[in-house]
Ligand binder design. Sequence first.
Ligand code: GLY
Length: 362
Amino acid sequence: MIEEAHMIEIPIKTEQRTYSIHIERGILDKVENYFPTSLAPKTVVIISDQNVYARYGKRLERSINNMGLVVQPIVFPAGEQSKSMHMAMDIYRQCMDAGITRQDCILTLGGGVTGDLGGFVASTYLRGIPFIQIPTTIIAQVDSSIGGKVAINVCGRKNQVGSFYQPHGVWIDPDLLRTLPKRFIRDGMGEVIKYGCIREERLITQLEALDEQRIYSHWEEIIATCCRIKGEIVQHDAYDRGERQLLNFGHTLGHAVEGAGQFQSYTHGESVAIGMSLLTAQTETLHLTEAGVTERLRQLLQQYHLPITTDIPWEKMTPFLQQDKKRRGDKITLVVLSRMGQAVLYPVLFSAVGIYLKGTAI
Ligand code: GLY
């Protein structure tokens, strides 16, 4: 990691592409400093939702215009429902109308929905054109913008159709987090805590010493720690065949909680918090996890106002567990904390998964 004044650069080397994550306050106003020299677009497409575009779109446009490039904004309604084939078709059409070619590039400006949808379009339009992620939420800055997973929802299932398509850069501006509502901050903290749990006890200790307010002056280093952990994992396993699955800690149950709550009761980060907490309580009982880890994890989750359990009945969650994309035949791989800061992959028979999630069969 190269650190210079307030700019942090984290290089990511994958089979598909080598690129950098740049973290700097105010990066939106100086994108010319970060545009990869391998790209020579005439037109830059900005894909963004209405809310984010209204807040930051013009600033980014000015910054690109200063480079003498044409900007083509494509703005869609905010929300998960936009992560659809219908919206992807609409964006393809707008790209065709604007005469976008493979020489041009896409910038995705927004949260996870924008990055996934815009990245999916970039990976398929003309069989793939360059794209750069500019994530504006914590979850997107520490997780979804990195590593090249892009997707849309199909037939009511999240991320059912997509690809692995690495971006040409990720530009992160921690200042954008200042305008996020508190619930989005909490949502992101679920994933941040996950990184500490699976790979870096030091991050857990740092978070324990901070709180929702004091964390603001530490965002650069916290985001950088998460990006570095994710970058290392993705470099080893870009296609999710092994180590990358560690990033799913808390997600098996988390996805079931999220789905059973119809994506209304809990945010993704809140659902992951519940998933990490309930799974770790069971694995500690089964002596797969060092004693005391559950208590420490739960205290930290609560310190950041995240839930540690749910009253959603198991019968409602079971169908979502059955549909889990992580299931392979009759097996599912759980991610178990052996101790704080260290996780292992733990394949179990699907018929026995309940033992690890709630202590009895489901
Ligand atoms: N969000 C998990 C992954 O990128 O693999």
